[in-house]
Design a protein around this ligand. Sequence first.
Ligand code: KIV
Ligand code: ZN
Length: 392
Amino acid sequence: MSKDKVQIFDTTLRDGEQVPGCKLDTTQKLIIAERLEELGVDIIEAGFPISSPGDFHSVSEIAKLVKDVTVCGLTRAVKKDIKVAAEALVHAKRPRIHTGIGTSESHIKFKFNTTQEKIIERAVDAVAYAKTFVEDVEFFAEDAGRTDNEYLARVCEAVIAAGATVLNIPDTTGYCLPEEYGQKIKYLKENVKGIDKAILSCHCHNDLGLATANSISGAINGARQIECTINGIGERAGNTSLEEVVMVLRQHPNLNIDTNINSQLLYSTSQMVSQKMGMPVQPNKAIVGSNAFAHSSGIHQDGVIKQRETYEIIDPKDVGVDQSSIVLTARSGRAALAYRAKNIGYELTKVQLDVVYDEFLGFADKHKEVHDADIHQIIEKSPVDIVSSVPS
Ligand code: KIV
Ligand code: ZN
């Protein structure tokens, strides 16, 4: 049975680039956009064209460059924004305007100082105006995570009637619990008239570390687009991480939902974005962190050396990492030392290993990590005679 597809809407170049210090120039953005297309994303949110001439230029160049991907430009629910976005997208083969407005009580009261009905009017006007330029119009209900479901359903119904093709339900402040966010999507699926004419989209922020869980919960409950970024970068604690949602869906085939992503490009894409943005990837980051496939405790190492699946649910090759690594520390056991010694040419007998292991522990207790060169020295200095199979 073929799986349901969730569209991957990558906003690395828009929400991701909002991170202080992560600004990119047009050339860097073009390189990343090309890579995102190769990776298999369905939509690239290329920027917020009215925000600066530089961003306008980047969106416009990306629109000319990519072939098979929808290119999207962000706008507020403001005519001038929408017109400028349409101009930036004029060369796109598949242009999308992403417009919207805050719908939560606090946004309506404090940001706009207006009423719920007036917000609906502005939302409808923005979508209708965007439709005069492009067919594909996505509407975002900012702070939908904290918006009352009944009112949110009314907003969605009104913008669908005005022509919205995608309804973005952002958990802008990263507030929702996965169950709550999933129920919100379910509620909209069941209560919005005309919902079959639009795709529901998850856009979750990571303030409580729940962005990926919330997006998956949204997809389980009927959303068919997930907005995410490479390495999960984005405002404050970031957005949903692209690599995480892709691999959650791959590792759980029973969900019967998949994406078009070529997962073998995930690691190199993560590295590319990290380097271009000057934003290091935390070592324990799921899927793409440097420790994601590294094993350092003796119990785990012994298991992984016997059978990789004992402590790894993902084959590192599936995400473009050559192999798992056995990291030697003072918590490592004999199996790991023998394994690493073998990799550099020493086949240790049991007696030799016992002797070298004692020396190794003495060294490891004084160092954070033991590298190949250290193992080599420990073995060469050990009181037993060990011959390397690698000519020195
Ligand atoms: O987090 C958010 O609500 C956004 C919107 C502009 C889509 O980024
Ligand atoms: Zn956002």
